[in-house]
Design a protein around this ligand. Structure first.
Ligand code: HEC
Length: 121
């Protein structure tokens, strides 16, 4: 019974993260990258079929947390849970990857970047 209950709550948490990821993407990213992740050629890169987005998750998280050129930084705007859900969504939904990211992955990127900045001072 207990095991079944735990399994049900794990599945429910997963479904909730999926919903949060899609809603968060539509709210925060789709204005530039479009609802379907196709972007606008010459202005906003497509996130669908994008080898950076499908590749090293830490790289994708770094762009989203800190921004890059015309890409705004979201590290202070959105909670780590929300960011993890959004990046999981763009990797899974637009690029057929299946790594589920969590707030811990966001924390790891922030720690690594802070250490790097300290070294460069
Ligand atoms: C105001 C417009 C805008 C919004 C909103 C925006 N982006 Fe971007 N994004 C950009 C631009 C412009 C670039 C290209 C940056 C560059 O040239 O270095 C970019 C690049 C990226 C990249 C890197 C793509 C690559 O091929 O290098 C990722 C990943 C990304 N955005 C994800 C997101 C996510 C996730 C959100 C929502 C949380 C988001 N973006 C919201 C404009 C935006």
């Amino acid at each position: 019974m207990l095991a079944a209950g735990l399994m049900v709550s794990a599945i429910a948490a997963t479904a909730q993260a999926d919903i949060a990821g899609e809603a968060g993407y539509q709210q925060n990213c789709s204005a530039c990258h479009m609802a379907n992740g196709q972007g606008i050629p010459g202005a906003f890169p497509a996130l669908a079929g994008n080898s950076l987005v499908a590749g090293d998750a830490a790289e994708v998280l770094r762009v989203v947390v800190y921004g890059r050129a015309g890409m705004p930084a979201f590290g202070d705007e959105l909670s780590p849970d929300a960011l993890a859900a959004i990046v999981t969504y763009i990797r899974e939904h637009f690029n057929a990857t299946s790594t589920r990211l969590t707030a811990d992955d966001i924390a790891a990127v922030k720690v690594a970047s802070t250490a790097k900045m300290a070294r460069e001072d």
